[in-house]
Design a binder for this molecule. Structure first.
Ligand code: HOZ
Length: 424
């Protein structure tokens, strides 16, 4: 595959952009090789600067659930852009998308739009602290909630990919207020809660983790977290940046039947435009300014282009619930195909999947937390990544990320993906 244009763009990018990229995982640093520079994408396919075509399993890290450049979304953005790209003043569309989300997501009385998943999680934690009057939070090793200081402790995604133990610039004061324990270890959560009685404002979790590969909650784990939070008056925050509107119209809350107190969303709320949101019960949300004193603001929050893109996508999902059955069937088909391939090869592997979040760890042990993910054979994953890329299949360039399936991916695309894996 000829990637000479991407190679020369990468050399040029490194002169002006740290590492040549605006987000670290994209640099291919852990898998090796040169990141591909993308020019366009449509449906299931992404095209690089050399004109190569790839079946896309990143899908902008989740939001492209219907595939790229969905006709209705593109048209809606084009029409809205002609009316100006930003006002910094309220619009009726912001009410409409808030009302729409309330009909889809459980436990959402009120929602505040922000500009990214990072902002959403950062604001939700501030709100939980303001609401409870407590300072500490619990997060899980390998979970990633964006790059706000308080989350860069034993974080997943790029922090795990590049094996960064301590992030310079995060003060010890901030880091000390973030307590961590292993995903799926409810005894460790009980111990932290007991050791820090009445100090914990919130427990934040990816209800299905996607930043250490895909990791599923053990049966009963989220239920146990829910009851600890209720018992100890701790705010349970579900980070649904990846799972929201993907695992079900109501995200992981609906799919796994667990109620969160606050929930955060990301780019899917803007169909891939720069958006995030935090939401929850009125009792908590009304502590946000200007009703309460927990301050949070942003000129671009509720941006009209992002709102119309998200409104169009979410309306489509709400009006076409069969999409979720189709997505589920495709996820299952891919999983079964890959299982057959790797079982026949005798390569030790673990596939974790829920719906359209799926990943492979090359491992002979169960992968259920960060340690078991990190102990998998990362070198084999890196080789597999390049083998698939050379075969025209674009997987996330890290073993510590989940793959996302879009409904634009056809069974023929899935067969091509499975056949490519069989040649590994
Ligand atoms: N942290 C993102 C994946 N979990 C990667 C974002 C990006 O590079 O676009």
């Amino acid at each position: 595959m000829n990637t000479t244009t991407s190679q020369s763009l990468f050399s040029r990018a490194q002169q002006s952009i740290p590492g040549g990229v605006n987000s670290p995982v994209r640099a291919f640093k852990s898998v090796g090789g040169t990141p591909l520079f993308i020019t366009r994408a449509k449906g299931a396919y992404m095209y690089d600067a050399d004109g190569n075509e790839y079946i896309d399993f990143i899908n902008s890290w989740g939001p492209m659930i219907l595939g790229h450049a969905h006709d209705e979304v593109v048209k809606a953005i084009q029409e809205k852009a002609a009316l100006s790209t930003s006002f910094g003043a309220p619009t009726e569309l912001e009410i409409e998308i808030a009302e729409l989300i309330k009909t889809m997501a459980p436990n959402v009385d009120m929602i505040r739009m922000v500009n990214s998943g990072t902002e959403a999680c950062m604001s939700a934690v501030r709100l939980a602290r303001g609401y409870t009057g407590k300072n500490k939070i619990i997060k899980f090793e390998g979970c990633y909630h964006g790059h706000a200081d308080c989350f860069l402790v034993k974080a997943g995604s790029g922090v795990a990919t590049f094996n960064i133990q301590t992030v310079p610039g995060v003060t010890s004061g901030v880091a000390n207020d973030t307590l961590t324990c292993a995903y799926n270890d409810i005894a460790a959560v009980e111990k932290l809660v007991a050791d820090h009685k009445n100090e914990i404002a919130a427990i934040i979790i990816e209800p299905v983790a996607g930043n250490m590969g895909c990791i599923l909650p053990d049966p009963g784990f989220l239920e146990a977290l829910r009851s600890i939070c209720t018992r100890e008056k701790i705010v349970l925050i579900f980070d649904e940046v990846m799972t929201g509107f993907r695992l079900a119209p109501g995200g992981a809350q609906e799919r796994l039947k667990i109620d969160a107190d606050l929930v955060t969303y990301g780019k899917i709320i803007g169909a891939g435009m720069p958006v995030g949101a935090f939401a929850g019960k009125k009792e908590i949300m009304q502590h946000i300014a200007p009703v309460g004193n927990v301050y949070q603001a942003g000129t671009l929050s509720g941006n009209p282009l992002a709102m119309i893109a998200g409104y169009t996508l979410l309306s489509f999902l709400k009006n076409n619930p069969s999409v979720y059955d189709e997505l589920e069937a495709k996820g299952k088909y891919l999983e079964e195909g890959l299982r057959e391939v790797f079982s026949n090869k005798g390569i030790a592997y673990v596939i974790n999947r829920l719906g359209t979040m799926i990943s492979i760890h090359f491992s002979d042990h169960v992968v259920k937390d960060f340690n078991s993910a990190a102990n998998a054979d990362i070198a084999t994953f890196n080789k597999f990544f390049h083998h698939m890329l050379d075969s025209g299949v674009y997987l996330p360039p890290s073993a510590f990320e989940t793959w996302f399936i879009s409904n634009a991916i056809s069974y023929q695309d899935l067969d091509r993906t499975i056949q490519a894996a069989s040649r590994f």
